[in-house]
Design a protein around this ligand. Structure first.
Ligand code: ADP
Ligand code: MG
Length: 343
């Protein structure tokens, strides 16, 4: 007898799931990212909630879909169509690559998938039900091209995790924040969010970042923004920032995407803030929607399971370039006087 055991696959999956699936918003993020990676142009998120919290998450996309064999494989841990080896990571263009999300979600919930590959015959759709990591139903169905994933009974078998969920409104707020960030980074997709049968937000396809911002946060905020531009040989900076008169008490409204991936970076938020110099009081932060395109080999996305953090090479050139672009955008709009006269 030895005291050391190799854990069984179910236990391994539940442990891995803990890293990826923290709350309903994490499920939403993974499902939306899969839909975007499948080249969907239209994505519907349908959420249901009651007093107990979020009860159902359904994402419907018009992307490339999966054939029956792929639909089953998609739920295997570490099964992915997006990379073949670690070298592919240096030129990654997709949001996913770990092949972990569906396996993780299915380990702690009940998942139903209905999917049909683009161009496959009308009756060649597949319906799969996966519960606690096991495929419990598989059938052929008629289905539109694309994929619908429904997640129910989240954390039914992990009561410890369920206990840490916050109020339904807090969880929903996290869900909406995920959609907003992805919508900002992916103007090529029309997003629609429905909660308990009522539309909560909708963006139009390819309407431009400013229109997306208007759709999400209101036309007034969008109109008052100033465009930012900057470049280095390996970097392009785009997006919009607020005038100094429109500021916030925390950096939470500084949204940043790198190559279409919505990320959180205190350093980049600080660089944006620095661009305002003395135009903002010390404890105030701007609203900013920054889109960075950086040579993929300078971006390491394999830092964290949820990929919210990335590591950048040449940060010492990138951060000052961001601050300079912000400062230049503000100077170009001669806003200094505006702050002085604004209360
Ligand atoms: P990853 O996205 O890291 O590859 P996932 O577990 O999220 O891992 O998905 C596994 C695989 O399932 C993907 O690589 C993709 O081939 C397929 N897949 C998942 N969701 C969709 C979808 N909405 N449309 C088409 N294929 C999908
Ligand atoms: Mg994925």
């Amino acid at each position: 007898m030895t005291k050391i055991r190799v854990l069984d696959p179910d236990t391994v999956n539940q442990i891995a799931a803990g890293e990826v699936v923290e709350r309903p918003a994490s499920v939403v993020k993974e499902l939306l990212e899969n839909a975007i990676d499948a080249s969907a142009t239209s994505i519907l998120l349908d959420v249901a909630s009651d007093m107990t919290g979020v009860t159902k998450i359904r994402v419907t996309d018009n992307g490339e879909g999966m054939n029956p064999e792929e639909a089953v494989l998609a739920f295997h841990p570490h099964a992915t169509s997006k990379i073949r080896d670690i070298a592919d990571l240096s030129a990654i263009r997709t949001l996913g690559f770990r092949g972990e999300a569906l396996a993780s979600i299915a380990a702690v919930a009940e998942v139903t998938v209905i999917t049909r590959s683009r161009g496959a015959g009308a009756l060649a759709g597949t319906r799969l039900v996966v519960r606690g990591g096991e495929v419990v139903e598989k059938s052929e169905v008629g289905a539109p091209e694309g994929t619908t994933v429904t997640v129910e009974r989240l954390f039914y078998n992990t009561p410890a995790r369920r206990k840490f969920l916050k109020s339904r409104n807090t969880e929903l707020a996290h869900v909406y924040a995920v959609v907003e960030n992805l919508a900002l980074a992916h103007g090529e997709v029309a997003f629609r969010v429905v909660h308990n049968g009522k539309e909560r937000m909708a963006t139009q396809r390819s309407a431009g970042l400013q229109n997306t911002i208007a759709g999400l946060y209101g036309a007034e905020l969008a109109r008052a923004l100033v465009p930012v531009e900057g470049r280095l040989p390996f970097l392009r900076i785009g997006g919009y920032i607020s005038r100094p008169s429109e500021s916030r008490g925390s950096p939470s409204q500084i949204s940043v995407s790198i190559n279409g991936r919505s990320i959180s970076s205190r350093q980049i938020a600080a660089a944006v803030r620095e661009g305002y110099g003395t135009l903002l009081p010390k404890d105030r932060y701007p609203v900013a929607f920054l889109e960075l395109l950086i040579d993929t080999e300078l971006v390491d996305v394999n830092v964290h399971p949820t990929k919210r953090e990335v590591r950048l090479s040449r940060e010492r050139e990138i951060l000052p370039a961001i601050a300079a672009a912000v400062a230049e955008a503000l100077a170009g709009h001669d806003l200094a006087r505006e702050t002085a006269t604004d209360p």
